[in-house]
Design a protein around this ligand. Structure first.
Ligand SMILES: Cc1cc2nc3c(=O)[nH]c(=O)nc-3n(C[C@H](O)[C@H](O)[C@H](O)COP(=O)(O)O)c2cc1C
Length: 178
């Protein structure tokens, strides 16, 4: 099962909408995929004591990561970096087994013209440190607010093609590593 992580807890986030595009693409190509949305994280993990003792309510989130065949992180750009909630999520996961030898792909989403290149590269550094297998084909969704039609549907055909190639390629990358 490929787990698509929405890298923010902002309600109605554009990263969430891109994650929905990705899940449709994975399913249409016959890959099993699910979404892990950081907005669903339990309030207990924001308590200082959570570093020492993981709350029971977090277990389903860490189990989802531990059981994933691959992680596809969709990260927005916040102040030139990836959101703080995503770093807290990473820090709450069991070490080292959460990312060790786990395939991971990255898609960046931003209002700006660089399409979250900076947060994706920051994440590559962290996941590289944690010995994940990083899939090299990254996708950057730039100027995201102008990428939806009046009904709210994603209508950037060029980026859709890139996301489709990324989903196909990441599924093949996971299979090749088995
Ligand atoms: C706290 C915050 C900081 C942001 N900083 C940046 C930024 O540095 N560069 C940028 O291009 N967009 C920035 N944005 C806009 C996001 O890229 C935009 O909201 C986009 O839709 C992706 O975020 P989302 O998934 O929360 O919607 C910021 C948005 C928020 C909420």
């Amino acid at each position: 099962m490929i787990t698509i992580i929405i890298g923010t807890n902002r309600p109605d986030s554009n990263s969430g909408k891109i994650a929905q595009e990705l899940i449709s693409l994975y399913k249409s190509q016959g890959s099993e995929a699910s979404i892990l949305n950081l907005k669903d994280l339990p309030a207990e993990i924001f308590q200082p004591g959570a570093y020492a003792e993981k709350p029971e309510s977090f277990k389903c989130f860490s189990d989802t990561v531990l059981n994933a065949s691959g992680l596809h992180v969709v990260t927005p750009e916040y102040n030139g970096g990836f959101p703080g909630v995503l770093k807290l999520f990473i820090d709450m996961l069991p070490f080292p087994e959460s990312f060790e030898d786990r395939p991971v792909a990255f898609t960046g989403v931003a209002a700006g013209q660089f399409g979250a290149l900076r947060p994706v590269e920051q994440l590559q550094q962290i996941f590289g440190y944690r010995n994940a297998y990083i899939y090299p084909n990254r996708v950057f969704v730039m100027n995201v607010f102008s990428s939806f039609d009046e009904e709210g549907l994603f209508n950037d055909e060029k980026i859709k093609g890139k996301l489709s190639d990324q989903a196909k390629g990441f599924a093949a990358f996971i299979d090749a590593l088995k």
